[in-house]
Design a protein around this ligand. Sequence first.
Ligand code: ASP
Length: 327
Amino acid sequence: MSDTEVDQRRSDGSLRHLLTLEALSRAEIERLLNKAQTFVRPLGVAPPIGDGLRGVTVANLFTEPSTRTRVSFELAAKRLGADVVNLEMQLSSRTKGESMLDTVYTLQSLHVDVMVIRDAEPGVPGLVAANVAPHVSVLSAGEAHVSHPTQGLLDALTVRQYKRRFEGLSIAIVGDIRHSRVARSSFHAFRTLGAPDIRIIAPPALMPADDEFAGCARHTSLTDGVRGVDVVMMLRIQRERMGQADLPDADRYFAQYGLTAEQLAHAKPDAIVMHPQPMNRGIEIASDVADGPQSVIRDQVRNGVAVRMAVLADVIGSRGGSIEGDD
Ligand code: ASP
């Protein structure tokens, strides 16, 4: 399926779809983060309940596995009063030969307003967005290795909560950058918000192409790469996007690129540790670091619901009316 260029905005400039962060300005990203922050509650406290999306139907169409993203889109929509339908796409008509677009047209006829799409093939969210009726919004929940915009936003929100600013920050993104949609979207968010020093750290085989991640320092040594950074963002090895022959040996990988307490000691003493999950403990991160005092991984999950509430409220609210959280 080829990439389809779609304008994410309506003619009045408001956000209709969220397919990629690339087209968003710093002000738009900050508006979404500010909105998300109004929905954030301390860990263990549920986000507020509102009815701003009452009468709106959100469909989750996921053809790749997902735990956090799917559940948090569902919780976000329900918290705002929407109805939610979850399609198990592997089991649904798509495997009977019905094309994605036919599924989408069916949902549209059933009055679905928001389609949340995850697919392993590049271009699918854009293709759907280019073909839906004007009242439908399409939100990407992860497009192949290409982008994962709500993850980029929740990562930026998490950094902002701990570091308060992006100016002057050093951020290390570590691991399978080549196949990671999270690395691409989070890099874009951090850069747009003003982070001056973003480093990517990976074995040569997992480095992205030379024309990607412009302006980032590239390191093949974890020790060198994390030296003095404020944020260490670890990534999962994307087995599903590699051939068996390309898979690194787990023990060797952990020895060279696994984040241990010893390696983390090269970062700033107050550096935070992030991981989008699912985590391979003992391969890309040591358990004591994942669960340790510098880990903000649980905040990331909590922030995922708040960010998805903000995005849903933004694309629907900007159709008319306003949807507010509070502090
Ligand atoms: N959950 C993230 C994603 O969907 C990260 C990962 O799977 O490694 O991309």
